[in-house]
Design a protein around this ligand. Structure first.
Ligand SMILES: [Zn+2]
Length: 97
């Protein structure tokens, strides 16, 4: 008998930023996506245990990714953040304000 184990990574598109933003890599004005990449321990190719999760902003034109914090990703999903320059690269913008 043998046991097959390893790791795999799954990518989920969490949301798309509603406004066009300038890509730092390709200089296109496009709607960036927020993605979650989660690696799993697999047994017989079945993902069982989540090992590591990271969040990124991704440019759909060139697939350039920039890591962001989980809180930032959640904020984008709740539509309370718009991208402008400040210390984090974003400004908070309350809903309906
Ligand atoms: Zn790009």
């Amino acid at each position: 008998m043998f046991i097959l184990f390893g790791t795999t990574e799954k990518t989920k598109v969490m949301t798309e930023i509603e406004t066009n933003e300038l890509c730092m890599n390709c200089n296109n004005m496009v709607k960036h996506g927020i993605i979650r990449k989660r690696s799993y321990f697999t047994l017989f190719f079945i993902p069982l245990i989540p090992l590591h999760t990271r969040y990124s902003i991704i440019c759909p034109a060139c697939t350039f990714e920039r890591k962001i914090k989980k809180a930032e990703a959640k904020a984008f999903c709740n539509r309370i953040v718009t991208m402008v320059d400040n210390e984090f690269g974003y400004s908070e913008n309350k809903k309906g304000a």
